[in-house]
Ligand binder design. Structure first.
Ligand code: CP3
Length: 345
């Protein structure tokens, strides 16, 4: 079947829809596979491109982003069941006017992070379709170049994780600055989270209109919040995004169900609340157990995950055993499964 035929651009016929089928509730045997951060530094061909160009320059150049997205699909021809567009979650803070650099061996760095609520005035509400047009162009190009081999996943960071980066100015061990906002400035924090949610909802709708066939939201720092804080500052904004996303797709006359995955790393106590949202797939990280997770969720939903990325350092035989154990555990749950790591490669 033709997935996401938007307006008058005809996309190539899909040859492998296992990822989409599993995401929409079918048990597929063997289950489909993709890998978070499958286009990244472990690939020599990725490092070769990165030697020549700045990280965000690659994100902003559709031809390069497309080329990198296809690298793992070509190298592991026939073994992966989905591609994820090459980009980064931090393009949203950039679109809102913040400078972000990618420092070699240090990761993302914001020279001027948000320090106090007055800094919220410096953020602009972008016209997403224009400011992030390079992402949408990369998606359309990649959808065509994939030639139907596998579906293309679009993604965004979730509000709390983006807020955490915008305040911390980069990675953090404790997230104490961002969490201090939640305790000291709860209403201004919610203003920021609401702004982010509105931008994110537009962003993932535009990705679908550009040819993305599924969406994943990354809430990488969900587990840094207490269950109570996550229920107040995390989940309501995810709910808002999901509601607006579904509504805007209907308004845009996209009638097919676009699978939505939530990957909320460390959100053990919130799995039930997350599964209650209008989503299709729940991503499990490597600290979660499929059996335990399935007991918490209240409706039939696909589970994605969750081999520990560091298991890839094991001897090959051990890695095979660990993989088989992981498959068996998900199999025993009886829900649809998408095989993945429990965090990025
Ligand atoms: O999964 C994919 O292959 C798609 C591309 C993708 C990237 N980043 C490319 C990238 C995706 C989905 C992301 C999401 C992302 N970015 C997250 C959420 C997922 C997660 O890991 O929890 C986060 C937190 C970021 C922010 C970010 N970007 C960090 C912390 C870093 C540096 C550390 C690291 O893991 O590399 C990046 C850089 C980044 N994003 C690289 C890639 C391929 C490496 C950049 C380089 O070449 O130096």
């Amino acid at each position: 079947t033709e997935t996401n035929l938007s307006s008058n651009k005809a996309y190539p016929r899909m040859l492998n829809t296992n990822y989409l089928k599993a995401a929409l509730g079918e048990v597929i045997c063997p289950p489909p596979v993709w890998v978070m951060r499958q286009a990244g530094r472990y690939l020599p061909e990725f490092r070769e491109v990165r030697e020549k160009y700045d990280f965000f320059k690659v994100c902003q150049t559709p031809e390069l982003a497309c080329q990198i997205t296809l690298q793992p699909i070509d190298r592991y021809d026939g073994l992966l069941d989905a591609a994820i567009i090459f980009s980064d979650i931090l393009v949203i803070p950039q679109a809102m006017g913040m400078e972000v650099q990618m420092l070699p061996s240090k990761g993302p760095h914001f020279p001027c992070p948000l320090i106090s609520p007055e800094d919220l005035n410096k953020l602009r509400m972008p016209v997403v379709k224009d400011v992030l047009s390079y992402v949408f162009e990369a998606i359309t190009l990649t959808r065509h170049r994939l030639n139907g081999r596998v579906p293309l996943i679009g993604f965004s960071g979730a509000p709390w994780t983006l807020m955490a980066y915008m305040i911390e100015g980069g990675g953090s061990k404790t997230f104490s600055k961002a969490k201090a906002w939640l305790y000291r400035y709860p209403s201004e924090s919610k203003q920021l989270l609401a702004k982010l949610s509105s931008v994110i909802a537009d962003y993932i709708v535009e990705q679908v209109l550009a040819g993305a066939q599924a969406i994943q939201l990354f809430d990488s720092w969900a587990g840094e919040l207490s269950p109570k804080l996550y229920k107040e500052f995390g989940i309501p904004f995810l709910e808002e995004i999901v509601t607006v996303f579904r509504k805007k797709l209907i308004d845009a006359q996209i009638t097919e169900r676009i699978p939505l995955t939530l990957f909320c790393k460390g959100a053990h106590s919130s799995l039930k609340d997350l599964s209650d949202l209008d989503i299709d797939v729940l991503g499990l990280d490597y600290t979660m157990e499929a059996i335990e997770a399935s007991k918490n969720i209240t409706k039939r939903i696909c589970l994605q995950g969750n081999l520990d990325p560091c298991a890839l350092f094991a001897e090959t035989e051990t890695l095979k055993e660990l993989t088989n154990e992981n498959l068996k555990e998900f199999d025993s749950v009886g829900l649809p499964h998408i095989v993945n790591l429990g965090h990025g490669m």
